[in-house]
Design a protein around this ligand. Sequence first.
Ligand SMILES: NC(=O)c1ccc[n+]([C@@H]2O[C@H](COP(=O)([O-])OP(=O)(O)OC[C@H]3O[C@@H](n4cnc5c(N)ncnc54)[C@H](O)[C@@H]3O)[C@@H](O)[C@H]2O)c1
Ligand SMILES: NC(=[NH2+])NCCC[C@H](N)C(=O)O
Length: 704
Amino acid sequence: MTEPIRFLMCPPDHYDVDYVINPWMEGNIHKSSRDRAVEQWRKLHHVLKDHALVDLVNPEKGWPDMVFTANAGLVLGKNVVLSRFHHKERQGEEPHFKKWFEDQGYTVYELPKDLPFEGAGDALLDREGRWLWAGYGFRSELDSHPYLAKWLDIEVLSLRLIDERFYHLDTCFCPLAGGYLLYYPSAFDSYSNRLIEMRVAPEKRIAIEEADAVNFACNAVNVDDVVVMNKVSDSLKQRLKECGFQVVETPLTEFLKAGGAAKCLTLRVTEPVRVEVHSLVSVESRTIRFEGHLLDSGLINRALDLIVDNGGSFQVLNFHLGEQRQSTSSADVKVSAPDHEIMEEIMSQLIDLGALPPPQEICDVNTEPVTIPGVAPDDFYVTTIYPTEVRVHCEWVKVQNQRMDGAIAVNFTQDGPIAKCKLLRDLEIGDHVIVGVEGIRTIRKTESREQRNTQEFSFMGAGVSSERRVELVVEQIAWELRQIRDQGGKVVVTAGPVVIHTGGAEHLSRLIREGYVQALLGGNAIAVHDIEQAMMGTSLGVDMKRGVAVRGGHRHHLKVINTIRRYGNIAKAVEHGVFKTGVMYECVRSNVPFCLAGSIRDDGPLPDTEMDLIKAQQEYARLLQGADMILMLSSMLHSIGVGNMTPAGVKMVCVDINPAVVTKLSDRGSIESIGVVTDVGLFLSLLTKQLDKLTSPYHIAKTV
Ligand SMILES: NC(=O)c1ccc[n+]([C@@H]2O[C@H](COP(=O)([O-])OP(=O)(O)OC[C@H]3O[C@@H](n4cnc5c(N)ncnc54)[C@H](O)[C@@H]3O)[C@@H](O)[C@H]2O)c1
Ligand SMILES: NC(=[NH2+])NCCC[C@H](N)C(=O)O
């Protein structure tokens, strides 16, 4: 004979809404009616007694939520994992539930302190007993799931809750007999929805709408073909009927005020064990270390947010806080993720932030050989702008040619192992490409509090300046340009035609003439309109002195293109004295190399414009080598292209009128990039004025 089904309930003698620990309780403190609550609880008790046996645990004064026995623990067979409540408001219930379980002869497992898990509120057995669905995100920690798998010897499938109204798994998820599942998909992240869809066939999934979800339709008690719940829409009732279920509605509005309904008020204490199922858990954990000004720079917050936002969870194992203002801190963080794929995603983002693997953990990175030229193995590690080191033969090897969006190829030479960033198209058979994320670290400069404060002062917190601060930023840039020039350094300018349209040509020309620019990168347009201005006084047909469109002026730039084509290229036209001013003229005269990369928009193009984009990219990369500073002037296309090729450590100044473009360009997570939101013509004129000031004779202010 099979054992009768039993539930545990707790009479609502001390029930009330005394505090707020979930969104349903907000505005409901002491708003529930005790009499109505008692009446509703009795009705539920009565309904359940028609289908099962109901045990009672004594209500304890001072613990108003003890009515919600679903949160007592999680039972399977004669084992129970006792809850560890997340909120202190409920922690006092633990010993009372523990005593009840022990008195009934259950073996009680207790989780480590500070590892929250809220029992059957967050863990629901598939009704066929094949596996356990376990929720995390609000009340229970992902790290509790491996314990459930071990102690209850069952496979655990972790589901992440993302809508705080559905803070417990049983508020939005209800496995039913026959393999059916009643659930509210929007309460879960997409990974969890995928997992649900992989385990439950489409015809068995009963996805509900928000209107039913907020009436706690998923917070239902299922005994065979009976489903007991607070309230249900006609359409859902009909759907459940078609699946062979009979719905019993019993109002529980007083308990909804505390965020619970039928299922929360009960705990099924007879859950038969299937002997053939065993422990299996896909939760993975890894420990990483952070070092630096973790608090001052906000790094630790960013890292922990990143873990949670990607569906993982963390435990800070130890945190050593630097005592002096200049001393650095360190933290060891245990990261858990519901599966390997998510762990790899989180890890690669943490590596970008500068996370370090535990010392000596890995001796060799994982590599796979290239089998098709120009194609990396599937799981290849994608590089960032930050200096990177990889483990080879138990040593850290620095990656050469650092840039973002590449792969790392490891090759063994007579002089030892060499690791190099390579673009996909440059991969060759024989290259061994790093896969996965183990044994890789990026080196980040530790930003000191002082450095950070001055950066913020000069360039504003987000690195994007407002009108008011432009002058201040320009002063600093002029100072650095002057220093770089005097030290024989390298400044690369990338510029779009707006520089010419806004009257910036004369200023940029001066910068080139006076030795502040060592290479120019752009497209067809900057050269075309610059030469148009030099030859005809217009830029895109607009008279640059009077600011008015010239009749027929739209043809000017085509005439210019035609002329240059006749001479063969820009340099030859300069040699022949075809034009004598402007940006391109100064480049030719001062031997400043330039590269014009082609685009689909180009008219002509000029003979100098490189229409083979692979060649253009290679030439850009060559001219960028060794740059100390890059001035990016109003060309989204070329500036983003340049940003992609540039490793961290090179100062980038992005000037654009559109804040979104500036943010995109300067948001590289490195302190060296500065965004300036302003008109580029104005910026260049301020910059040359400021450089004039720096070169003018020094006058000591007279004191009276
Ligand atoms: N006739 C031609 O051959 C022709 C003409 C135009 C563009 N093009 C080509 O098209 C490609 C894209 O052109 P692009 O780089 O000019 O376009 P883009 O859209 O990539 O960049 C232009 C940027 O200038 C910014 N901007 C506009 N007004 C500004 C101002 N007053 N001050 C500061 N910033 C300002 C915009 O916000 C934008 O981000 C290039 O390769 C270019 O050579 C060719
Ligand atoms: N299994 C449940 N969903 N229980 C509901 C618990 C309600 C209680 N007020 C809390 O926030 O903890």
